[in-house]
Design a binder for this molecule. Structure first.
Ligand SMILES: Nc1nc2c(ncn2[C@@H]2O[C@H](COP(=O)(O)OP(=O)(O)OP(=O)(O)O)[C@@H](O)[C@H]2O)c(=O)[nH]1
Ligand SMILES: [Mg+2]
Ligand SMILES: [Zn+2]
Length: 309
């Protein structure tokens, strides 16, 4: 079991695997399929896999087994009963891309933060198209109020703002995934990091500044400097997975440690310090509402999981 490759993309049942710098097309073995109980047990982009029957002439191989994952970036699939979908595996940084137009949404950012933190992936915000924004400081302050101390990188493909800062993080063997809505410039940015046009890009719609969903599948690329980066299609919906809500709302958790009741729901109880902070304006109303909403989703999800067993 010493042929280890890394999944770079998936097209239905065919996986593209980087095996010692050579790209192979691989399928999973019959016994792999037999053992896999659900979606998440199949290979995902970024996974390391054990290969057999490596055929250099044909450029093919069989995936025998998955190497244990360090972590996964996952979301609950839209339209399913809370089934998880793995976006990418074995990740160091989640570059959460957003531009400063209609796309900017604090509540969505909080969801992305929670997805990363729960898996010990460092979230970093990339403010794309900084050339189009004349009040960057305002947006930065809003991001900081969602998560204090988070690293924010401004980028612009016009003058390559941000490339140097990104490259400083993208050291050899680091893996980073770029996520965010369609049309905010993920693929354009990755092309600049690669130093060539490897990915297709297209302009956004004039009417509503929405993207055209140009990237259609996740793809892992290796930078000349040796880091791995994953481009992803713009996400339409985002639901959280697992219990990482608390990690994103540390200020609220801290307040709640002084609530009168240990099982305080912070909605109506007397002696609730969260409600007190809300009343005094110390805690922002929007942030409180977002916390309640995500907490409720989390509770529903757990209820569902419980009901299934
Ligand atoms: N003004 C400006 N436009 C940019 C910048 N970066 C990208 N764009 C433009 O934004 C549009 C969308 O860029 P893409 O790279 O295709 O966006 P994407 O995030 O990959 O979109 P999907 O693949 O649909 O998820 C293209 O027309 C780019 O030229 C930038 O820094 N400044
Ligand atoms: Mg793209
Ligand atoms: Zn409380």
């Amino acid at each position: 079991m010493n042929h280890i490759g890394r999944i770079t993309s998936q097209h239905h049942t065919i996986y593209e695997v980087d095996y010692e710098g050579i790209m192979l097309e691989a399928k999973i073995s019959g016994s792999f399929r037999y053992r896999a109980k659900n979606n998440t047990e199949y290979p995902a982009v970024g996974d390391y896999v054990y290969l057999e029957q490596v055929n250099h002439e044909l450029g093919t191989a069989i995936i025998k087994e998955l190497k244990q994952r360090r972590n996964v970036l996952k979301r609950t699939e839209a339209g399913t009963r809370g089934e998880s979908q793995i976006i990418a595996a074995n990740i160091d940084y989640s570059f959460i891309c957003t531009s400063c137009n209609q796309d900017f949404n604090e509540r969505r950012l909080e969801r992305y933060f929670a997805m990363a933190i729960g898996e010990k992936i460092e979230p970093i915000v990339v403010l794309t198209k900084s050339d189009l924004c004349n009040n960057l400081e305002h947006f930065k302050a809003r991001i900081q109020s969602c998560m204090q101390g988070i690293t924010i990188i401004e980028s612009s493909s016009f003058d390559k703002t941000g490339i140097k800062q990104l490259k400083e993080l993208l050291k050899e063997n680091i893996t980073a995934v770029f996520t965010g809505s369609s049309g905010i410039g993920k693929s354009t940015l990755i092309n600049q990091l690669m130093g060539e046009e490897v990915l297709a890009t297209s302009d956004i719609r004039k009417e509503d500044a929405k993207g055209r969903h140009t990237t259609t599948y996740r793809q892992l690329l290796k930078l000349p400097e040796g880091a791995y980066i994953i481009d992803t299609p713009g996400m339409r919906e985002l639901a959280l997975d697992d219990s990482s809500v608390d990690d994103t709302f540390l200020d609220i958790i801290e307040l709640s440690s002084n609530c009168k009741f240990g099982n305080c729901s912070h909605t109506k109880e007397p002696g609730c310090k969260v409600l007190l902070a809300l009343k005094s304006g110390m805690l922002e109303d929007k942030r409180y509402k977002s916390y309640c909403k995500l907490k409720k989703e989390e509770t529903n999800r757990k209820g569902r999981k419980f009901a299934r067993h």
